[in-house]
Ligand binder design. Sequence first.
Ligand SMILES: C[S@@+](CC[C@H](N)C(=O)[O-])C[C@H]1O[C@@H](n2cnc3c(N)ncnc32)[C@H](O)[C@@H]1O
Length: 352
Amino acid sequence: MLNNRKVKGLGVSVPTIYAEKVREILKNRSAIEPSLKPLRMGDKVVFPLKQNTPLLEGVVPPELGCELVWEEFQERRTTPRSIREALSGIISGELLEKLPSSYDVVGDIAVVHIPEGLESFGRQIGEAIIRVNPSVKVVLGEAGPVAGVYRTRRLVHLAGEARTFTIHKEHGCVFQVDLEKVYFNPRLAGERMRIAGLTRSDEVVADMFAGVGPFAVAIARHAGARVFASEINPDAYDLLVKNIQINKLAGRVVPLFGDCRATFSNNQISADRVVMNYPSDPLSFLDTAFKILRGRGVIHLYGFAEDTEEWRSKIVERVRELGASCDLVVKRLKPVSPSRNLVVADIGVRFS
Ligand SMILES: C[S@@+](CC[C@H](N)C(=O)[O-])C[C@H]1O[C@@H](n2cnc3c(N)ncnc32)[C@H](O)[C@@H]1O
């Protein structure tokens, strides 16, 4: 990395007692090389000089004991502000324009989408992210879409340590996550706080698709409500159990292993509020949510749709098919492709 590099060059050696005086003189003549660090050598300091500095005669008074020396200086740490800035000397032209301008950070792992045409620069992009954001210790590249029932995606290692496990902190909650084995989206942090803010402490909440527990833990911790959290992926379930422990929420968040279509009914659980974060196929599970609510309550239903109107009409139709009526507030959360958005509906359901 740039900050470990040493560079040989010309410098002015000066007794420490005169160092400040000589620094001022050299600075006024713009003679100090700013990219290199001054050296301390016993009772002397050596200031690195710019390559084109004229010789010292007449620059510093001889009585200050200055000498010209050839030394090895350490480069100053330079933190680029963006991937583009970090790679501007390495990648050129059109490709530079295509470089990603954002990436997700989960704990100390960055996950980045490598745009088409830049596949062979994966390692450089990964190293650039670590230089831009030194708290990132691992960079993974997305190698496919989020897919399957477990909603995981294939990832490739680009730079830094070779691991996919990390610890993510979010609004006072802590989550153990293994990005290769489970779904986790740090961009939903605000949404989790919003749902926690809507929940009263005397409510019972059902998190039908809990993953490693970010909604369940945030709701229990910030609202004080009791949450039943169901998860079908064994790896995600194990981490859910750990996350309940490390957030000291045993008994307040109850983990249920298995398909939410069975776990809630098998345990005869009913709830006032249901969280359904399974946007790839949420409407197939609406009947299960209705059974959990038993009468009336609120559902937070996440889905993918072109716009909020499309999402609203799909829900109204399905609710009608299930013989209920509802009030709806629909919100667009973030784009997931040029024509698709992640949307959420807060549904107040009544059964006649
Ligand atoms: C989109 S992820 C959301 C996870 C979590 N709520 C979050 O925000 O990180 C959906 C989760 O539901 C789980 N899942 C899928 N089908 C399920 C089912 N029938 N019952 C319980 N969990 C299921 C997946 O394994 C996955 O962890």
